[in-house]
Design a protein around this ligand. Structure first.
Ligand SMILES: Nc1ncnc2c1ncn2[C@@H]1O[C@H](COP(=O)(O)OP(=O)(O)OP(=O)(O)O)[C@@H](O)[C@H]1O
Length: 245
């Protein structure tokens, strides 16, 4: 398979994922090709069962495609031996999931620093400053020493966003990061997320059911039945898409 261009942080070519159950095979993702540049924030949308989460899991190197290839920073991730893939994922990819998986007995600051400890083996003063900086940017300066259970849903989501960015990954993936939030908080969270992705020149992908959140993205990719159905990258088109929903 042809090597990917270094210009794109994420590149996929004809990616498919097949699930077999008994006699039937579901093509959960069916021939998806996409290219995402540094500093681009993508909204991945589509009806339930259209393959969004499966696609995200393949981009995160958590699931191996049945067909096709995913390149991150020009590296074909299915070609990496398992141990290298784990290290690659830890260094290059950040995640925010709906159930944000914060460690309950660590403080907000410790939860974010943990990613740096895992990556670097120890915490430098620069690391500590970086974790604090992101939490302040996300409006959590008064919550650094709180435990996750003492936070609201929106505050926990913001900690999860800080954690997904802190170790300087190339790619940041978010699966329904605003699912548990009211509209006003959801807007705030996605706006800060978009700003950080742009400022830090990451490739960001957010899966969302709430099309209104796409007002902060640079491109909308809509999946239907495992395939890319619609792609919009003009601001006016995106706003019209949101208003027609
Ligand atoms: N582990 C699995 N085994 C078998 N089928 C699966 C598995 N995971 C997903 N599927 C099927 O693959 C298809 C795509 O699922 P996926 O979760 O990726 O969709 P989605 O767009 O994220 O849906 P939702 O918006 O409801 O979260 C669905 O038909 C689903 O039933």
């Amino acid at each position: 398979m042809a090597a990917a261009s270094k210009k794109f942080v994420i590149e996929t070519q004809d990616v498919a994922k097949l699930y077999k159950s008994g006699e039937t095979t579901v093509r959960a993702v069916d021939g998806v090709s996409m290219r995402i540049q540094p500093g681009e924030f993508i909204g991945l949308v589509g009806p339930s069962g259209s393959g969004k989460t499966t696609m995200l899991a393949m981009l995160a190197a958590l699931l191996t495609p049945s067909e096709g290839e995913v390149w991150i920073d020009g590296t074909a991730i299915s070609q990496l031996p398992e141990a290298e893939r784990v290290r690659f994922r830890r260094e290059r990819i950040g995640f925010t999931f709906q159930s944000n998986n914060l460690v309950p007995y660590l403080t907000v600051l410790e939860n974010v620093q943990l990613m740096l400890q895992l990556k670097n083996g120890r915490l430098s003063s620069i690391d500590k400053e970086r974790a604090r900086y992101l939490l302040v940017r996300l409006g959590l300066e008064n919550r650094l020493n709180s435990l996750p259970q003492q936070l609201s849903g929106g505050q926990r989501q913001r900690v999860a966003i800080a954690r997904s960015l802190v170790h300087g990954p190339s790619v940041v993936l978010a699966d329904e990061p605003t699912a548990s939030l009211d509209t006003e908080r959801a807007y705030q969270v996605v706006e800060i997320f978009a700003n950080l992705i742009h400022e830090e020149n990451k490739a960001g992908i957010m899966v969302t059911h709430d099309l209104r959140m796409c007002q902060y993205v640079d491109r909308v990719i809509q999946m239907v039945d495992g395939k890319v159905d619609t792609e919009l990258n003009q601001r006016e088109e995106i706003l019209e898409f949101i208003s027609c929903a």
